[in-house]
Structures are given as structure tokens and as C-alpha cells.
Write a protein that binds this ligand. Sequence first.
Ligand SMILES: *Cc1c(COP(=O)(O)O)cnc(C)c1O
Length: 394
Amino acid sequence: MADGTEDGTSGPVPFFTQARTFEALWPDIRSRLAEVFDDGKFSHGRQVARFEEALARWTGARYAVGVNSGTDALVLLLRACGLQPGDEVIVPAFTFVASASSVVLAGGRPVFADIDPVTYTIDPKSAADVVTSRTRMIMPVHLFCQMADMVPLLDLARRYQLTVVEDSAEAIGMRWDGAHAGLLGAGGVLSFFPTKTLGAIGDAGAILTDDRQLAETAAALRHHGRYGRTLAHFPGISNETTVNGVNSKMDDIQASVLLAKLTRLHEDIARRARLAAAYTERMAGTPGVLRLPTVVPRIARTDPVFYVYLVEVERRDELAVYLAGHGVGTEAYYPVPLHLQQCFAHLGYRRGDFPHAERACERTIALPLYPDMSVDDVDKVCALVRRFATRGPA
Ligand SMILES: *Cc1c(COP(=O)(O)O)cnc(C)c1O
């Protein structure tokens, strides 16, 4: 794919689009969809089994269990890990709401911890401060471009015998010392929401784990509690229902699209890295920009993946309006810290409890970053951010 648009100028830059990606992949997707229609099986069929096998190979997970969304993957993984009513799960206060609502939906109680102000991932010291006798699990969330600091988090988990459940919904391709995100503890999840690094054309998700029993339980929970039936990894097991499951099967149309996109995921990730590097080069020294994404060296070798290009700026909301006025889409990831969300009001937190999370919510803005973009698009966005800063208050 060329780095510039045909005429060398740049039009509007939406926050996300994959029109060009789909144009390029359409012949492959169409023939895969034709197979689905030939099979006549649109849910939990052959394409889903194929995708689970391909995803397991791509990530190195022993098991990949396809489900309806990343959120369902979290709920089912927590349940499969044996979360009991009232059990506490430590979750960072700065993340997508599903990280914590999944804990509530699985019958547990989220307990929040603050984040590291540079990486935006859970601060292991803050996590250690909130351990109680009821803590059963800890949920590191890998956000934007890098994984949470897993060495101290795994130490903490060992010390208090906590199960580690990774919210790796954004983290496809991220690795820690060679291990794919989601495979450092009991298991992790992936989201294939359309804007994610590997996006479907609707909702879909998966559970990754190396633990056979956990995979079997999760696979049963997604399918009314039935063990077996066309599971990629467990063919021919009985239909006996031993647990109350839900219906969170993956559909074969999503699986077909995901199979097609998986063939170019390495390229897409490399392109994201190039666009992120272009942003960082052009944004350096821009007045009003307080922080650029910083991949922090860890004890282990880590492989970052740019899912979101998140910057911290002064007058964030004004900048968003200004950019929108010039055809550039942005998003606030995430505008409200979880301890101040209304759905968690019963947990009794107050403003000021997690200052780093609160500051991140006020100052961060995600700029467009996706394989369909060109470096010209990055130039346009960066020039506008610079112009905003130097033109003074509105
Ligand atoms: C996207 C996301 C989810 C939820 O995934 P869905 O597929 O949208 O349900 C959960 N956690 C994080 C951190 C996410 O980014």
C-alpha cells in the first residue's frame, strides 16, 4: 500500500475506517463467505473451528475459544476460573468499562487500583495496596500499545495466591518474553470489535489459555453449558449440561472475515508501528502536547503493538472540537475513570482516590491510527494539532 494518497493531498481523516482494507481483502472474504453459505451453518460451524485453530497457532495459545464479544470472553473466563459471589478482583481504574463490569456480571466485586502515569497500565504498587483477605484474582489490562508490568504483578499474584486473568482485549500481537498477551496467567481475552487491531464486521471475541480444563469450561459456558459439539479443540464430547451457560457462540460470517484478516495481521501491525513512529517524530516538541506514547523497557523483552495512538494534551476537549471541525476524528479513551462511573457507585469510591487515572481521563485523546491511513494523513493531523496550540484560546 502506498504511503500517500494518489494526488499527494490528504482529505478528511476519520477516527477509523477500513474501506481500503476490505477492498483489498474482498475476493478472499467473498470466497470464504460462499463456503459459509454452502455449509448452511452460520453459527458455531466449520469457519469458527478453523478460526480457533488459526488463532491458537498465531498466538501460540494451546486453546482459543471463540465467543460473541470481548466482554463475554471476560465474563466467561472469570466464571471458568471459579470466581465466587463476593470474591474481589483487582482492576485498574483507567480502562474500558467492561474490564470491571465483567467482574460484577460474573458475581464478583471489582476493587480498583491506580495506574502508572506513563504507560497507563495498572500500577503494581497500587494493586498491592488494595489486596484484602477476599481478593481472589487480579486483572492486568494491556492498553493502547503495551502490556502491563507483568513481573511485579505475577509476583504479587504468587504472594497472595491470586489468579491472573488478563484483559488483553486490545493486545493481539503484544508479547512478553515471547509469550502472547493473555498467556502469562490463567488466561486472557481478545476482542474483535471492528476498530480493534484484528477487527470483525460486528462483535466477536475469544478466550486464550494454555489450560485444557479452563478452555473446556469456557467452551461449555458459551454454549448453554454443553461440553462438546463442533469445538475446534474438543470434537465429539457429550452434550450433557452440567453448568448454566449462556449463548455466546461466534458466528461463521465473523470467523470468515477474521480468517481473511488474520493472513495480513503481521503487515497491519507493522504498518501501525510505522504510522505511530511518524506521529511521534512529527509531534515531538508540539506546544500543548504533554505526553506522547512511551513504550517503557521492561525486565523481559516485550513486543509492543500500536492499537491506539494516545496523547496527553492541554485543553483536550477543545482540541477534539477543533480537529473535528477540520475533518479529523478523535476519541477519548477513556473519559471517566471506573471508580467514578455511576454503575460502580455502590462500591463507595470518591474523586481523588486514583489521581493518575483521573488525570489521564481529563487529558488523553486518541488520534486516528489504522492501516488504511497514509503518512500524509498523519502529517495533516500533526499540523492541525500544532496549529491549534499556536493559535491561542478560541
Ligand atoms: C474492547 C475492549 C473490551 C471489550 O471488548 P468487546 O468486544 O467490545 O466486548 C474489554 N476491555 C478492553 C480493554 C477493551 O479495549
